[in-house]
Design a protein around this ligand. Structure first.
Ligand code: SF4
Ligand code: SF4
Length: 228
């Protein structure tokens, strides 16, 4: 899932100050799960802004909306049905950076601002904690590394590890955290596949990580790729 956290309140308040009609749009998927941009967080931000802007003497109208998946156009149709988006001076998106940008595309000409900082792709580590697991490198090596990502989990992002600094299973950069390559070794050893750790990966083909990336499913290529 995509993990995000809310921007400092003063940053959000500053960016919407001076606008009279404000629409806050949350997302019901990843950012709802990580308690950053779901229905509850939209309601909290709306209340905070009403109070703070009111105390500053601004006459504001703040509405709230939630979209099931803000990074998908078909779910924005619901938003258009529920709200007359053209009426608002500014849309505050509580989605990840992809959702913010899609809102800006769909409501072209509208000022769309982010209320969250998108942080990483990760997993839930327990209630209220999420840990990074993937940097979307475009050339996944998990099949060779025991299912542990060295790019994300190693402090140096080493594709061939460990470095000489690993000590008792901990990382030299931060002894509080496990050495990713020690974990990879242990995982492979437990599977009786430890020989795999001696594989040397060639330098990464970073062209697979070119931006902006586009992925088209084989079944849809005829529709989107003109030469096919
Ligand atoms: S190797 Fe790591 S960063 Fe690359 S796709 Fe796999 S999990 Fe993500
Ligand atoms: S000690 Fe392990 S996790 Fe830390 S930088 Fe070296 S190889 Fe990576």
């Amino acid at each position: 899932m995509i993990v995000a956290k809310r921007k400092p309140f003063t940053e959000i308040k500053d960016i919407v100050s001076g606008h009279r009609k404000i629409l806050i749009v949350g997302c019901g998927t990843c950012v709802a799960v990580c308690l950053a941009g779901g229905e509850t967080e939209v309601a909290i931000l709306a209340s905070q802004l009403r109070i703070a802007l009111g105390l500053d003497g601004h006459d504001v109208e703040i509405d709230e909306a939630i979209v099931y998946r803000q990074c998908d156009r078909e779910f924005l149709v619901d938003l258009s049905k529920k709200k007359n988006v053209a009426d608002y001076d500014v849309i505050v998106s509580m989605a990840c950076g992809a959702g913010v940008q899609l809102l800006g595309d769909v409501y072209d000409g509208k000022l769309v601002v982010p209320a969250l900082n998108t942080v990483f792709l990760g997993v839930a580590g327990g209630p209220g904690i999420w840990t990074e697991r993937c940097e979307s490198c475009g050339d996944c090596v998990l099949g060779e590394t025991g299912g542990i990502c060295p790019i994300t989990m190693c402090a140096k992002g080493l594709l061939n590890g460990p470095c000489s600094g690993t000590r008792h299973g901990k990382c030299e950069v931060n002894p509080e955290i496990d050495c990713a390559w020690a974990k990879i070794y242990d995982r492979l050893a437990a599977r009786g596949d430890v020989g795999r750790i001696s594989k040397v990966f060639p330098p990464r083909n970073n062209s697979r990580r070119s931006h902006p990336a586009v992925v088209i499913h084989e079944a849809y290529k005829r529709r989107f790729v003109k030469d096919e």
